[in-house]
Structure formats: C-alpha cells, structure tokens
Write a protein that binds this ligand. Structure first.
Ligand code: UT7
Length: 333
C-alpha cells in the first residue's frame, strides 16, 4: 500500500487593519513613492497594532483555515508555525497559538520552525513528511510574522520592503493514490551567505555591559539587497526546475506559480528564468509587501478565495530567504 498523501483541505489568512502606504514612508525616510513602486512593486503593507502579536495574526488565519476545512481545533494532531518574529524567545509561538485557537485539548505536538522567508514551505514539507510516515493525520501549518517590529526605520533600503500578516493551511492525510495533494517538496540551505541577510542581534550574542534588557531592541534587519536579489532569482529558478524534473512535469503543466513575495522584479525575473508567463504567477507583493514566512500562504489563500485556484490544477510554491534557505512544493489541488 502507498504511503498516505497530504492534502490541503482549507486555507486562511489575516492582515492587520493598519495600512502603511508609500506616501506614509516618505514621512519617515528619504524616499519617494515612485522609487518604491518602480523598484519593488510595493504600494502598501500592513502593520500590526501595538498589542497584536505574531500569535494573534496566526490565530486569526488559523481559525479561517479551520473553518474552510470544516475541521475542529481538537482534531489537529500537529501544529507547526513558521516565524522569525516569535512572540517570545520561548515557548514556541505554535504552543501559544494552540491555546489561542483552543486546540490544546488534543495535547498534539506544536513547534516553530525558522527559515525566514522560506519558513512556510519548509514547514509544509515537514508536515508532509509527518503525514507520509503515518505520524499525523490533520496538521495545521502557519506562516506568521510581525516583521515591522524588527525593522530599522532609519534604513530606507529595508524598512520600505516588509509588512505583517499570517497565512495558514490545514492538511489531511488521504490515500496515497489520491490524485489530489502534495506531490513533492524540495528544501535547500547554504549557510555561507549568513551576512547578506540577517537580524543583527540575538540571544546568544550576549548583552553589552549596561544593557537594559527591558528597553534595548534585539537587533534589526540588515540586508545587502542587490546580492540577495541575484541569489533569490537564481535559487528560486533552480529549485523550480529541480522539482519539475523530479516529478516528470514541465512548466507548461503548472497552472499557478506562487512564489515568495519579496519584490515584483524578483518575481518577474524568476518567471522569465523558468519561462512561465506572468499571467500564471500569483502576485500580492503590491498590497502585502514582503511578509516573510507569511507571504506564500497569504498569496495562496488569496488565489483560492478569489477562485483563481481550482480543483485539479497544478500549483508550484517557491520560496527563498535568509540563511540562505530555499524550498519548493508541487501540489495537485
Ligand atoms: O525575502 C527575501 C529577502 N529580500 C529580498 O529578496 C529583497 C532583495 N532585494 C531587493 O528587493 C532590492 O535589491 C532592493 C529593493 C532592496 C533595492 O533595489 P535595487 O534596485 O537593488 O537598488 P540598489 O540597492 O542598487 O540601490 C540603488 C539606489 C542607491 O543609490 P545610489 O547608490 O545609486 O545613489 C540607493 O541608495 O537607490 C537608492 N535607494 C533608495 N532610494 C530611494 C535605496 N533604497 C532607496 C529608497 N528610496 N527606499
């Protein structure tokens, strides 16, 4: 008998109320609306309210995904949350989320994974392995970020790019010969480029003397944008080709490419590299900005809810982020 297959039975997403437009950013840093929109494709992004944590965004998105799936929280036997902006150093945001959505009754495992912008596709791949092995039957996978909390609002090269949000999917184990589900995933990392995209502070770096633990920030996003841009296009193109080849399909078979939403020019260059027309690329970067681990599930949920994604279609998820990390997933919807 074939190993079970993981099928997405519900998607959900959430964006905080507060919009920040490019004009708003012009009041903070030396930039222009025209520069931001022409260089990145971003027109606006959302910013979490002061009392809104990553787990709150994740909980909203998860409730919507559970509702769409017709799944009760206590049916979940695994929760994975991908985030680089956890509520706390510990416990995992996934456990806080578990309590917020009232799923704790099942005592199912819940943990975070951290692969920055690749986080959701990494988490989806991990969930897929749990389902294939028979360990799990109903899994909640979430990508959630409050990335605006780690931005240097004096650095115009980074603060204009990112936004907050969350996206979630519910996976169910189906028969291995079911035509629908996750067909395959691929994951990679190359730690030689850590300095090109990182947050400058962290726990084990220690605290300088006189550091006030209650007031000092834990660092901020620091990026060599140009180099990251080139690496992102190369890696996202290569891992798309790798997964297509491994599954004996061509780019013509793909109905929708859902890439990590970093910059419209990165998405266009990736689409060109693998030769998929832009009309078949889901782009949300204009109204989401770069929401890191939330970007792929946010775009997925948008395309599912507006009817672009239909049963039977072939979907390719493709992401790239700090580390560097990159990953892809091929899904028959
Ligand atoms: O999620 C994965 C991680 N992130 C990414 O994938 C982002 C990857 N990188 C990018 O999206 C782009 O590299 C950026 C949008 C960050 C920058 O665009 P770019 O076309 O690579 O610009 P650049 O860094 O080459 O800068 C061009 C010029 C510079 O001025 P000079 O040196 O030519 O005089 C910058 O100082 O644009 C200037 N600049 C700005 N000007 C106005 C940089 N940021 C801004 C700004 N407003 N916000």
């Amino acid at each position: 008998m074939n190993a079970p297959r993981a099928r997405i039975i519900g998607t959900g997403s959430y964006l905080p109320e507060k919009r920040m437009t490019n004009d708003d950013l012009c009041k903070i840093v030396d930039t222009s609306s025209e520069w931001i929109s022409s260089r990145t494709g971003i027109l606006e992004r959302r910013v979490a309210a002061e009392d809104e944590m990553t787990s709150d965004l994740a909980a909203h998105a998860s409730r919507r995904a559970l509702e769409a799936a017709g799944c009760a929280p206590e049916e979940l036997d695994l929760i994975i949350c991908a985030t680089s902006t956890p509520d706390l150093v510990f416990p995992a945001t996934a456990t806080i989320l578990q309590r917020k959505i009232e799923a704790q009754g099942a005592k199912a495992p819940a943990f975070d994974i951290q692969a920055v912008c690749t986080g959701f596709v990494y988490a989806l791949s991990i969930a897929d392995q749990f389902i294939r092995s028979g360990m799990s039957k109903k899994v909640l996978v979430v990508g959630a970020e409050t990335f605006t909390r780690i931005l240097d609002w004096e650095d115009r090269t980074t603060c204009i790019l990112f936004g907050d949000g969350a996206g979630a999917v519910v996976l169910e184990a189906v028969a291995g010969d079911s035509p629908q589900g996750i067909l395959s995933t691929r994951m990679h990392a190359d730690g030689s480029h850590v300095e090109l995209l990182r947050v400058t502070g962290g726990i084990s770096r220690g605290r300088p003397s006189g550091f006030d633990v209650r007031h000092e920030a834990l660092g901020f996003v620091d990026m060599h944008g140009n180099e990251v841009f080139k690496q992102a296009v190369k890696a996202m193109g290569a891992i798309a080709e790798e997964i297509l080849l491994a599954n004996n399909v061509t780019v013509d078979d793909i109905d929708w490419l859902i890439p990590h939403q970093a910059n419209r020019r990165i998405l266009q260059a990736t689409a060109k590299r693998i030769n998929i027309p832009e009309e078949r690329v889901v782009m949300t970067v204009d109204h989401h900005g770069n929401t890191s681990a939330a970007s792929v599930p946010l775009a997925l949920d948008e395309a599912v809810r507006d009817g672009r994604i239909k049963p039977g279609q072939l979907i390719l998820l493709d992401a790239f982020g700090g580390g560097f990390t990159w990953a892809s997933a091929l899904i028959r919807w």
